[in-house]
Design a protein around this ligand. Structure first.
Ligand code: ADE
Length: 307
């Protein structure tokens, strides 16, 4: 079979429409609380995130925390008690913003041309009751490390609130009184939670049925269940030879079973070389078959022991 035939006859493409239609439609709404709403516009208006919004699967409402500060200068920060460098995010504008928005229907936001004294009524001493059970997630380097399984878990919610920290940190009472979860996208410090929020919106959205343009969706993304939580192996497209390096023969053979076996082995090999911790997790979770383990052993892998 010619390579062009193989490229055009991937089994995923065949079942694309049927599979997408069979999946129950799921949509997610993010309320994002930030001091810098314009940071989101580029990322949300391109590619997969733009398409997800057009299809009604993703909705993002940006809320400027500064709009909820009631003093003349719309102050959102303060000096840290006890001294020390940097500024700390004040609790009132953040708590007021989140409580105001979450006690209203999805999609609500302050009118653009509002007078700042027109803010909805809010009692600083008493939270509105009942609050919808919407997760309120603070993006912070101190949070749980975000990963694919957290993305999959979050995708089951219809509405999520993301609070982007800024300055050198947030007043602790934002955590104790408002936040229900804290997430970090890695052991490094960003200048604020906005980039982390975008990473989370993107990772969660691509797991939803109908977002990606092919039937298998994100099922075979690295770290996903379809790959037993392992890394994806190498990928190739045209041309068949590039600067003397050829596409592996098996991929142009048209033999689906052999292609699948090759892909599985490459995924195992890549994980062995780059992320042996993922192999250990997959072993403990019982996700590796006998063939997987035999292949890995042939590559010098030693299965983790119980002790
Ligand atoms: N804000 C600053 N650094 C961050 C990180 N690593 N993850 C999430 N939010 C952050």
């Amino acid at each position: 079979m010619a390579q062009s035939d193989v490229l055009e006859q991937r089994p995923d493409d065949e079942s694309d429409k049927a599979c997408i239609q069979e999946e129950a439609p799921r949509a997610i709404h993010f309320d994002v609380f930030t001091l810098f709403p314009p940071m989101f516009s580029g990322a949300l208006s391109e590619s997969i995130l733009a398409r997800a919004q057009k299809r009604g699967i993703l909705r993002v409402t940006l809320h400027n925390i500064r709009d909820y500060a009631t003093d003349r200068h719309h102050t959102c920060d303060g000096y840290p008690y006890g001294g020390g460098g940097g500024m700390v995010m004040r609790p009132e504008p953040v708590v007021r913003a989140v409580e105001t928005v979450l006690s209203r229907p999805q999609g609500w936001h302050l009118p653009d041309e509002r007078d700042r004294f027109d803010l909805p009524a809010w009692n600083a001493d008493e939270p509105p009751v009942p609050r919808q059970p919407t997760p309120i997630i603070l993006l912070t380097p101190q949070g749980r490390r975000f990963d694919q399984s957290i993305a999959a878990g979050l995708s089951r919610h219809g509405r999520l609130a993301l609070v982007c920290g800024r300055y050198e940190g947030v007043d602790e009472r934002i955590r104790t009184q408002l936040i229900t979860d804290e997430l970090s996208i890695g052991d490094f410090v960003l200048s604020g939670g906005e980039i982390a929020a975008l990473a989370i919106i993107d990772a969660v959205t691509r797991t939803l049925p109908g977002v990606l343009g092919h039937a298998s969706g994100a099922m075979y993304d690295s770290f996903s269940d379809g790959l037993s939580g392992l890394l994806e192996g190498p990928q190739y497209t045209r041309p068949t030879a590039f600067r003397g390096e050829a596409v592996p023969e098996v991929l142009v053979s048209g033999h689906h079973a052999n292609v699948e076996q090759w892909r599985r082995e490459q995924s195992l090999l890549r994980s062995l070389q780059r992320r042996p911790d993922l192999l250990a997790q997959a072993t403990i979770a019982g996700h590796l078959t006998l063939e997987d383990r035999q292949f890995l052993s042939s590559q010098g892998w030693q299965a983790p022991t119980d002790s």
